[in-house]
Design a protein. Structure first.
Length: 476
């Protein structure tokens, strides 16, 4: 075989740096976008915020022909206005730091500002340091603290803890004794193996004269599984008491915390910043971009003018940064246009949801929006991931408006979100003594013209975190 040269014609899509940047910005969340904008502003001197622009338009030199801003005219050059020798810059430049001696009464103690929330482990270690333990017992206690989860529940048995100590002199009785002492730590109920022990620990640490304390302990010890259906008459007969006492003991059990460790070391709340706002004005639904998620950017004309003067190295530096700044601004504009276009089409198709709620949600998939706005399906997916819409009904992720369809008796379609809303409404209005089973829910939905299989109803019910009918039953 001899090497030969051949010419072929073909088409291919090449991801240019500009296109890669536009795709990257489109799939970013609001927080990531703000961080990227700030990093770009710090790295590129030719890019600036419009609010950071120094001077007013009226203070520009009218005779200037190069388009630059005359910064000298924006400053008072009157010699009589010169600063005194002993003038402090702190008196003239606003500072973000509070003045010395400021009153912090409204904001809380200064030491609590920007403090890292205490974790459950730190809280238990603090109590351990205040308790007198021997060296071996302290080692056991540290291993027990490391073996609990975020809810305060013990994830290992005492035998497993003993096996992990690798000390032949320590016996299981010593581990159990240390565990018993740790179970008196706050919050009450920690270091329990299961729910039954967690509730019993909280009941035991109540006052001895607490009403119905002993009866509640008997219910938890012997009949915890029956508290879901709660047949008060049957439980009263087994425990040889009256039904009113059984009901009071159940209310006492309900007041206990099944996850005591979750109240310590809560995570910092992360607030969602909506990307678009939806408002009703003059009978129409209007979609607007949130102006706070992306600041308005501009090219610094003062630096841009240096591309025509200076050394070759300076000109090259300015031209490269100028090109990057323009690319970034175009990519940011493209992101906003795509997001506004997709959100507007979603509002147009899901107008029933905005006016009537989940029961009026229409079935919608990504391809429907992509075809309507003339974009690729992957682009719509990027534009709806981690993007949020503020509506009169609350803040929703754009992905929330997409759902599968279910056939109706009339031959139409209904979204799965609407089906879940109907199921939730039926369960909320059911008789607690005769809750609706999944089969009965199917019949109720069929009466409304919605054909749904029983296993589908069970799946939707579980997604709504609603227990089955036997656990929802209440006799009184």
């Amino acid at each position: 075989m001899k090497p030969t040269l051949q010419l072929k014609l073909g088409q291919s899509l090449t991801l240019t740096p500009q296109l890669q940047q536009a795709i990257k910005l489109l799939q970013m969340s609001t927080l990531d976008l703000q961080q990227t904008i700030q990093e770009t502003l710090d790295a590129n001197p030719l890019l600036e915020r419009e609010e950071d622009y120094i001077g007013d338009v009226e203070s520009q030199d009218e005779d200037a022909t190069d388009g630059t801003v005359d910064l000298v005219s924006a400053v008072d050059t009157n010699p009589e206005s010169e600063l005194a020798v002993d003038t402090r810059w702190e008196d003239l430049i606003p500072s973000s730091a509070p003045p010395v001696g400021a009153d912090f009464a409204d904001d809380g103690p200064f030491g609590e500002r920007d403090a890292v929330p205490e974790s459950l482990r730190d809280h238990l270690l603090w109590q351990l340091n205040l308790t007198r333990f021997s060296d071996s017992d302290r080692t056991i206690a540290l291993n027990l603290i490391d073996a609990i989860d975020e809810n305060g529940r013990l994830t290992q048995s005492p035998e497993d803890i003993l096996a992990g100590l690798d000390d032949d002199e320590i016996e299981i009785e010593e581990v159990l004794a240390v565990l018993h002492r740790l179970q008196h730590f706050e919050p009450t109920g920690v270091f329990a193996v299961d729910l039954r022990e967690c509730l019993l620990l909280q009941l035991r640490q109540m006052s001895a004269d607490a009403p119905h304390r002993e009866l509640a302990g008997a219910l938890v010890s012997r009949h915890l599984d029956q508290l879901t259906s709660f047949n008060a008459k049957q439980l009263a007969r087994r425990l040889r008491t009256d039904e009113e006492s059984i009901v009071s003991a159940r209310e006492l059990i309900r007041s206990l915390d099944p996850y005591p460790g979750a109240s310590i070391g809560e995570d910092d709340t992360q607030y969602v910043i909506p990307d678009v706002f939806v408002k009703r004005s003059e009978g129409y639904w209007r979609v607007e971009l949130n102006p706070d998620i992306a600041p308005k950017l501009r090219i610094n004309e003062g630096y841009a003018s240096l591309s025509k003067a200076g050394s070759d190295q300076d000109k090259s530096f300015v031209k490269d940064n100028l090109q990057e700044a323009r690319w970034f601004m175009r990519s940011l504009l493209s992101r906003n246009e795509t997001l506004l276009k997709v959100a507007g089409k979603i509002v147009e198709l899901q107008r029933g949801f905005l006016e009537h709620g989940d029961v009026a949600m229409k079935p919608l998939v990504l391809s429907d929006i992509a075809e309507a706005v003339g974009l690729h399906e992957s682009t719509v997916s990027r534009a709806t991931t981690q993007k949020y819409m503020h509506t009169p009904r609350g803040v929703y992720e754009l992905k929330y408006f997409f759902s599968a369809h279910v056939a109706t008796a009339e031959g139409g379609e209904c979204s799965s979100t609407a089906i879940k809303a109907h199921i939730k409404s039926l369960i909320n209005s059911e008789d607690a003594r005769k809750p609706l089973s999944d089969s009965k829910l199917c019949n109720k939905l069929e009466e409304k013209g919605l054909i749904v299989a029983r296993r589908t109803v069970a799946k939707y019910r579980e997604q709504l975190h609603i227990p089955p009918s036997n656990e929802r039953k209440r006799l009184i």
